[in-house]
Design a protein around this ligand. Structure first.
Ligand code: GDD
Ligand code: MG
Length: 336
């Protein structure tokens, strides 16, 4: 099976971290997000992954110069301008030579970390004779997702992207799809096309779209809260054995408190400081007496002495938070 991974978005909800590093190259624990996604696909038999790139494509290409990632062959294709999700699928399908194989292929949003069983999805896809099959997850608040209504056997009767409340269902598009080549034929060339706003609604109307409801581990790591949550879940052992968050190559003062946090290689955590529920990226410095709670400190950034950084604050790469400053739900630097 071959897969197209959509990784060309701007990652606006994770700015300013994504101004310098594209979302899927941000670290999740100690590896880039994309490696978690690719190794998940590899566990389910995907042998070749096409990265559909655009924004900051060079970050991916320089990270995997040998054309392999997590044991899988990588092929990189770059849109000259963003084509949106369906436009990206059409472009990647042609540019990577996938059209020669004419088989069923997989597509995934590059920020989705899941334990989905692709083989189960493939069984439904085949037995239903579907043109495409999408994975669904049940959530409490579906408003920021694609909302899907299905018939008893799994055929999709409606697909509405980010609907106004109340949404017609609590089952949402979880961002992994199996597709037949005919789906590509539905996508216009030469313009932006959204798979969620245009292609899936048309297929639902035609009765050719199916869905697998499967409540397994699933996080879209594209917001500050979920980007932290996916890492805390790994630390807490919610996806297999608990893993250590503090890199052996980080320097944590014995007089500092680090709890449920990721502290990456080269980071320094000073005396009397507290880091809780947070991610401190490589070579960042948390000075003495500073507090970092439920926040992300980007690579090479500094949180000055006695400063307080809390509640989903994102500190951009190489930014210096002044000693004594208080930041809550902040993004620094701000709009650039
Ligand atoms: N190559 C390319 N080109 N990739 C793109 C483009 C583009 O123009 N636009 C977005 N992407 C990539 C993003 O990088 C991301 O990996 C993926 O497409 C989805 O975009 P997001 O911006 O993360 O979308 P979302 O989270 O608001 O919504 C999507 O995911 C939800 C589940 O997590 C939709 O698919 C929803 O329907 C779904 O419920
Ligand atoms: Mg997303």
């Amino acid at each position: 099976m071959q897969a197209i991974l959509l990784v060309g978005g701007f990652g606006t909800r994770l700015r300013p971290l994504t101004l310098t590093t594209p979302k899927q190259m941000l670290p999740v624990l100690h590896r880039p997000m994309v490696e978690h996604v690719v190794s998940g696909l590899a566990r389910h038999g995907v042998e070749r992954v096409v990265l559909a790139l655009g924004y900051h494509d060079e970050a991916f290409r320089s990270a995997y110069p040998g054309g392999r990632c997590a044991g899988v062959e990588l092929c990189c294709v770059v849109e000259s301008e963003p084509l949106d999700t369906a436009g990206a699928i059409r472009f990647a399908y042609a540019a990577s030579g996938m059209e020669d194989s004419r088989g069923t292929f997989l597509v995934a949003n590059g920020d989705v970390i899941t334990d989905l069983d692709v083989s189960e999805m493939l069984r439904l896809h085949r037995s239903a004779g579907a043109e495409a099959t999408i994975h669904l997850i049940e959530v409490e608040d579906p408003s920021r997702y694609g909302v899907v209504v299905t018939e008893a056997g799994g055929r999709v009767s409606a697909f509405v992207e980010k609907p106004p409340r109340p949404a017609p269902s609590n089952w949402i598009n979880a961002g992994t799809y199996l597709m037949e080549p005919s789906v590509v034929g539905r996508i216009d060339g030469g313009r932006r096309v959204s798979v969620e706003r245009e292609i899936f609604p048309a297929m639902a109307a035609d009765g050719t779209l199916w869905a697998l409801k499967h409540n397994t581990y699933w996080v879209d790591a594209g917001t500050p809260q979920t980007y932290l949550r996916v890492q805390l879940d790994l630390l807490d052992g919610r996806r297999g054995p608990a893993v250590a968050g503090v890199s052996p190559e980080a320097s944590v003062d014995p007089g500092a408190v680090v709890e449920r946090s990721v502290v990456m290689a080269g980071a320094v955590v000073g005396e009397g400081s507290v880091v809780r529920g947070s991610a401190v990226h490589s070579s960042a410095v948390i000075e003495a007496g500073a507090q970092v709670m439920d926040s992300v400190v980007g690579s090479g950034a500094t949180v000055g002495q006695g400063a307080r950084v809390t509640d989903g604050t994102l500190v951009g790469e190489h930014f210096d938070v002044e000693p004594g400053a208080t930041l809550s739900e902040a993004r620094v630097p701000g709009a650039v």
